[in-house]
Design a protein around this ligand. Structure first.
Ligand SMILES: [Zn+2]
Ligand SMILES: [Zn+2]
Ligand SMILES: [Zn+2]
Length: 164
C-alpha cells in the first residue's frame, strides 16, 4: 500500500481535471468491484465534492444541485448519496467542518487523516497506513481497541504560509 496518494499535492497549482477524472475512474472501479450502482446522482454528488480540494458541506451540494436542475433537490436523496459515497470510501467526512472531501485512493480501505488549512480551507489527506499503525500501537499499550480514528490537523498550508 505504498503507492498511496498518487494524487497531486493540492497545495501546488495543478491540472485539477486530472484529479477529477482519476477520482471518477477509481469510483467506477470500486463500485464495479463491490457490485454496487454508481447512479447518476451519486456520480454528480461525487463530482461536486471533487470540484476543489476544499471540503464541501451537504448544504452546498444541495444548493448547487438545486440551482443546476432549476428545482429543489430533495435533501434525503443527497444525504443518502453522501452516505453511499462514504460507505464505499469515495469520500471522507471531515468531522470538524461537517463537510466532505473526495478520496484519491479509494481502492484501499483506510481511515482519513487530514491537514486542514485555516487560510484557504484546503484539506490534504495524509498517508493513512503509518498513522493508523501508530494509533493502533499507542492504543494497544492501553489495552484499547480502536474503532474510529478522526485525525484532523489544523494549520497553514505552504501556499498560505508564503502569502503570510
Ligand atoms: Zn486537484
Ligand atoms: Zn482517503
Ligand atoms: Zn492554505
Amino acid at each position: 500500500m505504498t503507492e498511496f496518494l498518487s494524487a497531486q499535492d493540492p497545495q501546488q497549482p495543478h491540472d485539477h481535471t486530472r484529479c477529477v477524472s482519476h477520482a471518477l475512474g477509481a469510483a467506477e472501479e470500486v463500485c464495479a468491484r463491490e457490485g454496487v450502482r454508481f447512479t447518476t446522482l451519486r456520480k454528480r454528488v461525487l463530482e461536486l465534492v471533487w470540484q476543489s480540494h476544499k471540503p464541501l458541506g451537504a448544504y452546498d451540494i444541495l444548493e448547487t444541485l438545486s440551482r443546476d436542475d432549476g428545482r429543489r433537490a430533495a435533501p434525503p436523496t443527497v444525504y443518502r448519496a453522501l452516505d453511499f459515497l462514504q460507505e464505499q470510501g469515495l469520500v471522507h467526512r471531515i468531522a470538524s467542518l461537517n463537510a466532505f472531501i473526495g478520496c484519491a485512493s479509494p481502492e484501499h480501505r483506510h481511515e482519513g487523516h487530514f491537514l486542514i488549512c485555516l487560510g484557504c480551507h484546503i484539506a490534504i489527506e495524509l498517508d493513512a497506513a503509518g498513522i493508523s499503525k501508530a494509533i493502533a500501537g499507542a492504543a494497544k499499550s492501553h489495552g484499547f481497541a480502536v474503532q474510529g480514528e478522526t485525525v484532523e490537523i489544523s494549520g497553514l498550508c505552504s501556499q498560505c504560509r508564503e502569502a503570510a
